[in-house]
Design a protein around this ligand. Structure first.
Ligand code: MFK
Length: 477
């Protein structure tokens, strides 16, 4: 619908190729990885610290495939304008459900690439951009994004990890509590910079570091860090999420020291879009299984798919998915336009407001849809022989990492105010919205604001906003 004919042909042919991979080798590799989760080997046979993360060979195959198919790199072909991002998100849509969450390191890789593209100044950071966006499996790097500490993941102002000068080098000391995925080659991380005045105040800064730096002198070859353990998680068990101790990790500042949250928000906005695309493709795969099952399952004398109650429920789930799909890909299009400087001022502001909305909305819907799919399978859905149980466990992460529903709803309110969302909605310049719906929404916001009730209703308002936008989007016939 958004692609002109030549772009449609180019993107379509590649998507078809990747759809076959998604139902073929990618799925096989993902299943192998799921059945051989990563292991942390802290010491070698001689008792020396080695911190090896042992993963199944298929984890490397998925990394290789991601490089070759350009699942990150495609977005950085600036000659294609906004269509590059649409093509890339289409590839991610096909990759994610057959990747055992290799999509997670790709999310952070893409976010880091964008930060390096915009803010990377040192030779290492410029080289990192080339590695992160390479299609050559030998060159391709993935990145981590290290924010969360023991003090929590939402309020990063509580971060304690510190950077100090050692001669001309910056070294980090502290702990990172939840870092996906430790098989990465580099990471962007938030930490407190060196003290800026006599009071000892340290500003939050964004740092760049490579994971392996044998010159730092650890027997493990890691860059001044120790893997304390891999996390024991509800889902995403194939993903090596680690708890780290940083003991003199050599890093560089990204740009001038300071403004860490603002700088990492560039990365967060990309990972939040990845989260959304992965959430919709996750629900699509789950729905496809249910549809397939309903074709073969006979119950009370009829195929399940012919049972009226099943049919109605399934249609409603499909509608939820379609709304989420349209919302996510319209926002990806705005992202693409913004990235290549084509976006109007109204589109840029809408993108800022929509990003937290799309993330929170698709994540919550994904959990609901996957729960319904498990139920649709009945008892078979509840046992781990079928992937639907795993998909349900995995779905829960979408509404937690990269900002919980509450955090994102509050971000939406801040962005709505800062970008003058009322004027944007009324202008009708980005989406054609029913004027009665716009009026009702703005009236509700005004009343809540007057009663100091905006924060309390933030999640409801975010869902109403999402419904207002999805109500205006239709699939072309
Ligand atoms: C399948 C894909 C999955 C990918 C998985 C990756 C796994 C990785 C696991 C994780 O690391 S999960 C950790 C995720 N953590 C978060 O997402 C943090 C959640 N918390 C927030 O998002 C808070 O809202 C936030 C930390 C940003 C609040 O911090 P502050 O310091 O109170 O920020 P503030 O004051 O609101 O904003 C500081 C500046 O940044 C402001 O700019 P100005 O200084 O110019 O006013 C903001 O406008 C700007 N900013 C904040 N968020 C922004 C943003 N700008 C653009 N976009 C945003 N989203």
């Amino acid at each position: 619908m958004r692609l002109p004919a030549d772009e449609f042909l180019k993107t379509g042919a590649h998507m078809e190729h990747c759809a076959n991979l998604s139902l073929g080798p990618w799925w096989t590799w993902a299943e192998e990885v799921e059945h051989s989760p990563p292991e942390h080997i802290p010491f070698d046979s001689f008792g020396r610290r080695c911190d090896v993360i042992r993963t199944h060979g298929s984890w490397d195959q998925l990394k290789r495939a991601a490089a070759v198919e350009g699942i990150v790199a495609t977005a950085y072909d600036r000659s294609r304008g906004a269509f590059a991002r649409l093509h890339q998100m289409g590839l991610l849509f096909l990759f994610h459900p057959s990747s055992s969450f290799f999509s997670c390191p790709l999310a952070m890789t893409d976010g880091a690439a964008k930060v390096m593209e915009l803010l990377g100044t040192t030779p290492r950071q410029k080289q990192a951009f080339k590695n992160l966006t390479s299609r050559d499996p030998q060159m391709f790097w993935t990145s981590g994004q290290w924010m969360t500490e023991k003090t929590g993941g939402s309020d990063v102002s509580l971060s304690r990890t510190e950077a100090n000068w050692e001669g001309t080098e910056l070294r980090l000391t502290g702990e990172k509590w939840f870092t996906s995925a430790i098989t990465a080659d580099m990471a962007l991380m938030l930490a407190r910079g060196p003290a800026v005045d006599e009071s000892g105040h340290r500003e939050l800064c964004l740092f760049y570091g490579e994971i392996r730096e044998p010159a730092v002198g650890l027997a493990s070859g890691l860059n001044g860090l120790t893997v304390k353990r891999l996390k024991n998680k509800l889902g995403t068990r194939a993903l090596p999420t680690a708890e780290l101790s940083l003991e003199g990790m050599r890093v560089e500042s990204v740009g001038e020291l300071g403004q860490g949250v603002k700088k990492i928000s560039t990365l967060l906005n990309i990972t939040r879009m990845y989260n959304s695309v992965c959430a919709i493709s996750h629900m699509k795969r789950a729905l496809d299984w249910l549809e397939g099952y309903a074709e073969v399952r006979t119950v009370f004398g009829k195929k399940l798919k012919e049972q009226p109650l099943f049919r109605r429920n399934f249609e409603q789930l499909q509608k939820v998915y379609t709304d989420c799909f349209l919302l996510t890909f319209e926002t990806s299009y705005l992202l693409g336009r913004d990235e290549c400087g084509e976006a109007t001022d109204e589109e840029r502001r809408f993108l800022r407001i929509l990003t937290p909305i799309v993330k929170l909305y698709t994540a919550k819907r994904c959990v609901q849809v996957c729960s319904e799919v498990v139920e649709g399978f009945g008892g078979l859905g509840y046992i781990e022989d079928f992937p639907v149980a795993r998909f349900y466990r995995d779905a829960q992460v979408f509404s937690i990492w990269e900002g919980t529903t509450s955090v994102l709803a509050l971000d939406f309110l801040r962005a709505f105010q800062k970008e003058n969302g009322g004027e944007l909605l009324r202008s009708q310049k980005v989406f054609s919205l029913p004027s009665s719906g716009v009026q009702n929404f703005l009236q509700e916001m005004a009343t809540l604001s007057a009663n100091d009730g905006l924060a309390e209703e933030a999640v409801n308002l975010a869902f109403e906003f999402a419904s207002l936008i999805t109500g205006s989007l239709v699939l072309p016939a």
